[in-house]
Write a protein that binds this ligand. Sequence first.
Ligand SMILES: [Fe+2]
Length: 271
Amino acid sequence: MTGNPESPDERPGDAEPRRGITRKHLLNTAAVAVPASFLVGAAPAQADSDQSGKRLSPTPSCDDGDDPTPPQTEGPYFKPNSPERTTMLDGPGTRLVLTGIAFGLDCQRLPDVLLDFWMADTYGQYDNVTYRFRGHQYTAGDGSFTLTTIVPGLYPGRTRHIHVKAQAPGKPVLTTQLYFPGEPGNNTDPIFDARLLMDVRTVGSGKEASFEFVLNVDGGPGEPGGTWRSGTSYKAGDKVTYNGTQYQCQIAHTAQPGWEPPSTPALWRRV
Ligand SMILES: [Fe+2]
């Protein structure tokens, strides 16, 4: 038995003011660990294509200036205690694989972030009795996550969306919604926020989507005291401090999480 939302589940009054569009392109997670990428001039990491087939920028999209992912209303259909799972194929529909990364404010990747998703089925109905199209999971050590589900259906008053709660360990819960580009309803739904658009690609008979969360979490694992910062471009000879130790850059590169000076002797030498 499913709920039948006759009326919109969220109220326009809850909408945040719309600011500039910050379109977040998910970049691969695996390429960060490829040693060849250390080298200046190495081939860029794989880049995705958008729906027009245009190549997306290989430049990491998270920078220290990114605002946190904006919150949105929860609506009336959240249910606690969803099952832990990464696959929610609980009915017919167009298959959708959503991947992404949870970042902190300093672009540090956040492991063990609770992501609790809930959404309507392909007919636009929420299951308020059992847990169809409801599930939670935790981000991996590199902050990544994958959710395999379907494209949620439409229901009156709302554009297409996926609800999600995101919570880093011991931090406040972010409640928000993710949107699909190109939906006619995006122009009329007062809750819609372009900052929450996923990148969506058609792949075969299904869809692939990506989204990067930026959670309001300062610092974090891998960024203790010092002047080293992920996202910074260093050239040979540059000096930084990290956890009270000074290091000198050996090879020009752009610092990334996982490339902290103590763990990358090819890039940094203690001085
Ligand atoms: Fe909803």
